[in-house]
Design a protein around this ligand. Structure first.
Ligand SMILES: Nc1ncnc2c1ncn2[C@@H]1O[C@H](COP(=O)(O)OP(=O)(O)OP(=O)(O)O)[C@@H](O)[C@H]1O
Ligand SMILES: [Mg+2]
Length: 809
C-alpha cells in the first residue's frame, strides 16, 4: 500500500515545539495510562504545519507532551493514530475547535527518540476520517471518528482527468531539480486516480490550507479538478524558474569555458615549448601598458597590477584573471585620435547614396553634423531614431558613421534587464567581463566611433540587479560620460568623444530622464511609391547579389514591385518587401541553376505561383457599407492602421456594452460618443442595449482619437443610414460636439492610403500637420476638416438634421 518514497528531507509536524522540551519527559511518562479507547475512537496528534495524506509515508516530529503521550499510547497498543492539521500553527495548547475535523489515520511505523529529547515519528497515512466528537478522560486528544474510504468511482469523467493529471505530474517531476529518479516511474505505474490526486497534492509546494482543502474533497472528480488546477499553476512557475536558471547558466558557462580553454591553450603551448614563459609575457604586457596611452591614474593602477602579476609567477587562476584584466586595459582606445573634420557636402552625398527619400530626416542629420563641426568639443545631444521596424534606423546610423569617417559599433539593448550587462561585473566574480559598452569600445578600437544603442525602448525595467536605465543615463549624459565607470575595469573611461545614436520603435517606453537627453527624429514609414523606389534602387540590387544573380538574369517589372508592396506586404518599413523580393529572385536563381532558363523578367501575374495567393485583399468592401459601421484610423508603433468600429443594438435596458479589448480611455470615449449620439439623434434608447465592438487585430486599442468614428458608427446605427465606405476618420470629441486634434496624422493618412480610402476626415486643428504628409498621399486623398461633429455627419452619412440644437462652445 505504500506507493511513495519518503520525500520530505526535513521533519515536519510539530517542530517549533521542540524548544519546550523540558516538559517532554514528564509527558512521556503520562503515556502510561491504560484506560482503553472505544472501538471507533483514535488518539489524535495535532500537526502544526503538515497535512498527512492517505498513501503517504511521512516523517513527523512531536514535542508537545500530550502528543508524545498520544504517540506512545498508539505505539504501545499497536493502534492507528489520527493526524489533524491545526488552524493556527502558533498555538501551543490546542482544543478541538483549533483543529480541522478531517484528517488521515495510520499506524506509526517508527518511533525514534533523538538525543536532544525530540521525538520523531514515521507515520504511514492510510485513510481519511472525519471527527464525530472529541472525548474527555485521557491525557491526550481522543476523538470518535468515521472513516472515509477512497472513492472507487470510474467512468470516462474520471479516466480523462486521471490521464491528464498523470501526464502533467510527469512533466512537473521533470522540472523539479531534486526529484528522485524513481518518482516518475511510480506515477506512471499508479492505477488509482484517488491516490494519484493525493500524492500530487502532498508533493505540491502549496499552503497547508490548500492541502487540507484537497483532503476534505471526498468527491473524486472534484478532487482531481482541484489538483489539476493547482498543479498547472505550479508547473508554470517551475517552467519559468527553470528557464531563467538555464539562461543564467548558459551565460555563465560560456564565460567560464572561454577562461578554461585559454588556460589549457597556454599549458599546451608551454608543453610544446611554443609559449612564451611568464617573464616574456609580463615583459610584453609591460610594453603594451606603456604604449596604450593610458591616462596617468590608470597607468599607475596598471603598473601596480603588473608588479603583482610578476610576483605571482605563472599559473594559478588569479594570475590568469589579472593578466586578462591587463589585456583588457591595454586594448581599449584610451588615446583620443584626431578627428577627421566633418565635410558636410560629402556627408550629404553619402546619406543620399545610401538612402532614398527621407529628405527631412537627412536635413536634420546634416544640421546635427553641422553643429558638431562648428563645435566639436561641445556637448551635442544624442540622436534617437524612432520608428517602426525596417524603416532604416540602423542603416541610417551606419551611413552617419560612413559620412563622418567613424567606426560603427552596435550594442543591442533589447531585453537587457541587468545593469551588469551594460556596466560589467566586478572582477571578483568568476569569469567576469566588462559590460557591452566597453566591449563595443574595444571592438571599435577608436574613440572616433558611432556607437548605436539599438532598441533602447526595450530595455527591461530593472529588477533586483539594478536598473539598466540608470547605467545608460551615465553612458549618455555628457556631464558624466567622460568618467564612465565599468565595474570590471574599475577605472574611469572617457566616452565623451563617442557619437551615440539610439534607436527605438516607440518613444513612450523610454524612461523620461533618458528621453530628455535625446534629440528625437521620427521615421514614420514609407508610401507605396516610395517603397517601389527603394526596391528599385536598393533592395533588388542587394537581393540579386545575395542570390548570385547578374542584373540581366532577373528583372522585376514596376508592376511586379507594386504588387509585392500592395498585395504581399503590409508594413511601414521595407523589410518584408526585401524578403519577398529575395524569395522571387531565389526562384529565378533556382531555374537558372537547373538550366531551365537564361534570364527572366517577372511581372505581377508571375508572382502568385511563386509567392502564393495575394495576402492582403481590400478589407473595406467586406466590412463597411452597413449601418452601424465606421472606419477609424489608428496610430500604431508599426505605422498606422485602419480600424473598424461596429455598433449594434439589442433589446435591453439602456446599457453600453464594449468589446474588443479596449483601453480605458477608449472606453470613456465610447461612453461620450453614445451620449452625444443620443442627443444628436434624439433617440432615448431606454429599451435597448448598445454594443460597440472593435474587431480584434494587432492594433493597440486605446486613446481618444476614435471618438468621431464611434460617434458616426452610433449615429449610423440609430438612423439606419450607412457611413460612406470610402471615408475614414480620426478625431477626439468633446461632449459639446467639438472635434479636437489628435496625433499621428502622417501615419494615419498613410494607413488610409494603403487601405484604399478616398476621403480622410481630420480635426480642423490638425490642418497644420498636413505638411508632414507625403505629396503622394496629399494628391490621392481628399481631406475634410472637422470643427464639429455635424461636419462629420454631413460628409460621411449625408444631410441629416440634428434632433436638437447642440450647445455651442
Ligand atoms: N530609405 C531607404 N533607402 C534605402 N534602403 C532603405 C531605406 N530605408 C530602409 N532601407 C533598408 O531597409 C532595411 C531595413 O532597415 P534597418 O535595418 O535600418 O531598419 P530599422 O529601422 O533599424 O528596423 P528595426 O527597428 O527592426 O531595427 C535595410 O537594409 C535598409 O538599408
Ligand atoms: Mg535596427
Amino acid at each position: 500500500m505504500n506507493f511513495w518514497p519518503v520525500l520530505h528531507q526535513t521533519w515536519s509536524g510539530e517542530e517549533g515545539a521542540r524548544s519546550g522540551g523540558a516538559g517532554a519527559p514528564e509527558g512521556a511518562k503520562a503515556g502510561t495510562t491504560t484506560k482503553p479507547l472505544p472501538k471507533d475512537a483514535l488518539v489524535i496528534i495535532p500537526l502544526r504545519n503538515a497535512v498527512l495524506f492517505p498513501g503517504a509515508l511521512s516523517p513527523i516530529t512531536v514535542g508537545r507532551s500530550a502528543s508524545i503521550a498520544a504517540a506512545q499510547e498508539a505505539v504501545k497498543g499497536e493502534l492507528r493514530a489520527g493526524f489533524l492539521l491545526q488552524r493556527d500553527p502558533q498555538k501551543a495548547e490546542v482544543a478541538p475547535s483549533d483543529l480541522y475535523w478531517v484528517g488521515t489515520a495510520g499506524p506509526i511505523a517508527r518511533y525514534i527518540t533523538a538525543q536532544e529529547g525530540a521525538h520523531h515519528l514515521v507515520v504511514q497515512g492510510e485513510s481519511r476520517f472525519r471527527v464525530l466528537e472529541f472525548l474527555d478522560g485521557w491525557p491526550f486528544l481522543v476523538a470518535r471518528v468515521a472513516m472515509v474510504e477512497q472513492p472507487q468511482t470510474q467512468g470516462p469523467e474520471v479516466e480523462a482527468r486521471f490521464l491528464q493529471l498523470k501526464e502533467q505530474a510527469i512533466e512537473a517531476i521533470g522540472l523539479l531539480p531534486h526529484a528522485p529518479d524513481e518518482l516518475a516511474g511510480v506515477v506512471r505505474g499508479m492505477d488509482s486516480p484517488a491516490l494519484l490526486a493525493d500524492l500530487v497534492a502532498n508533493l505540491l509546494d502549496v499552503k497547508n490550507e490548500e492541502k487540507q482543502d484537497i483532503l476534505e474533497t471526498f468527491d473524486l472528480v472534484r478532487r482531481l479538478d482541484k489538483v489539476i488546477a493547482m498543479l498547472s499553476a505550479r508547473t508554470e512557475v517551475l517552467k519559468l524558474s527553470k528557464e531563467i536558471g538555464e539562461k543564467t547558466r548558459a551565460h555563465f558557462d560560456e564565460r567560464q569555458r572561454e577562461h578554461v580553454l585559454r588556460e589549457q591553450l597556454r599549458q599546451i603551448q608551454k608543453e610544446l615549448g611554443e609559449g612564451e614563459d611568464a617573464s616574456a609575457e609580463v615583459e610584453e604586457l609591460k610594453k603594451a601598458i606603456e604604449n596604450a596611452g593610458l591616462p596617468d591614474e590608470v597607468l599607475k593602477h596598471a603598473q601596480r597590477d603588473l608588479k603583482r602579476l610578476q610576483r605571482m609567477g605563472d599559473g594559478g587562476a588569479e594570475y590568469s584573471m589579472l593578466r586578462t584584466y591587463l589585456e583588457w586595459l591595454t586594448e581599449l582606445p584610451w588615446k583620443a585620435q584626431p578627428q577627421q573634420p566633418i565635410d558636410l557636402a560629402q556627408a550629404r552625398s553619402v546619406l543620399d547614396e545610401d538612402h532614398f527619400g527621407l529628405d527631412k530626416i537627412k536635413r536634420r542629420i546634416l544640421e546635427y553634423l553641422a553643429v558638431r563641426k562648428l563645435n566639436p568639443e561641445g556637448k551635442s545631444p544624442i540622436l534617437c531614431f524612432v520608428g517602426p521596424p525596417g524603416v532604416g534606423k540602423t542603416s541610417l546610423g551606419q551611413s552617419i558613421a560612413r559620412a563622418t569617417g567613424r567606426a560603427f559599433q552596435r550594442v543591442a539593448l533589447g531585453g537587457v534587464h541587468d545593469e551588469a550587462e551594460i556596466r560589467g561585473h566586478r572582477r571578483t566574480y568568476i569569469g567576469a567581463l566588462p559590460g557591452n559598452i566597453i566591449q563595443a569600445m574595444r571592438r571599435a578600437g577608436t574613440t572616433n566611433t558611432v556607437l548605436m544603442l539599438d532598441e533602447i525602448d526595450k530595455t527591461g525595467a530593472g529588477g533586483f540587479h539594478g536598473d539598466p536605465a540608470s547605467a545608460l543615463l551615465e553612458v549618455l549624459d555628457p556631464e558624466q560620460n567622460h568618467k564612465f565607470r565599468d565595474n570590471y575595469l574599475a577605472v574611469d573611461f572617457d566616452l565623451s568623444r563617442v557619437m551615440f545614436i539610439c534607436t527605438a520603435n516607440v518613444l513612450d517606453t523610454i524612461p523620461g530622464p533618458l528621453r530628455d537627453r535625446m534629440e528625437v527624429i521620427q521615421l514614420p514609414g514609407y508610401t507605396e511609391q516610395e517603397k517601389v523606389e527603394i526596391a528599385k534602387r536598393y533592395l533588388v540590387r542587394r537581393q540579386l547579389d545575395a542570390n548570385g544573380l547578374q542584373g540581366e538574369q532577373a528583372k522585376l517589372t514596376d508592376a511586379a514591385l507594386e504588387s509585392i508592396v500592395r498585395d504581399y506586404t503590409r508594413e511601414a518599413g521595407v523589410r518584408n518587401l526585401e524578403r519577398e523580393i529575395g524569395t522571387a529572385l531565389r526562384h529565378v536563381a533556382m531555374q537558372i541553376a537547373e538550366d531551365k532558363t537564361h534570364g527572366v523578367t517577372l511581372d505581377s501575374a508571375d508572382l502568385p505561383p511563386i509567392l502564393g495567393p495575394r495576402r492582403f485583399e481590400n478589407e473595406l468592401a467586406l466590412r463597411s457599407g452597413m449601418p452601424g459601421v465606421a472606419t477609424g484610423l489608428a496610430w500604431t508603433p508599426v505605422g498606422g492602421d485602419i480600424l473598424f468600429i461596429e455598433a449594434s443594438k439589442v433589446p435591453g435596458t439602456g446599457r453600453l456594452v464594449l468589446t474588443g479589448q479596449l483601453g480605458d480611455v477608449m472606453k470613456e470615449s465610447a461612453q461620450a460618443a453614445l451620449t452625444l449620439a443620443k442627443t444628436w439623434t434624439g433617440e432615448a434608447l431606454e429599451k435597448f442595449d448598445v454594443h460597440v465592438h472593435v474587431p480584434a487585430g494587432a492594433t493597440p486599442k486605446d486613446g481618444p482619437s476614435a471618438g468621431v468614428a464611434m460617434f458616426l458608427a452610433l449615429v449610423s446605427l440609430l438612423t439606419g443610414k450607412p457611413v460612406r465606405p470610402d471615408v475614414a476618420m480620426t478625431g477626439e470629441i468633446s461632449l459639446r460636439g467639438l472635434v479636437l486634434p489628435i496625433g499621428g496624422v502622417k501615419e494615419k493618412t498613410l494607413a488610409a492610403l494603403r487601405a484604399g480610402i478616398g476621403t480622410v476626415m481630420l480635426p480642423r486643428r490638425n490642418q497644420k500637420d498636413l505638411e508632414d504628409v507625403p505629396p503622394e498621399a496629399r494628391e490621392k486623398l481628399q481631406f475634410v476638416w472637422l470643427d464639429r461633429i455635424d461636419d462629420a455627419v454631413r460628409c460621411a452619412i449625408g444631410d441629416l438634421a440634428p434632433a436638437r440644437e447642440q450647445p455651442s462652445s
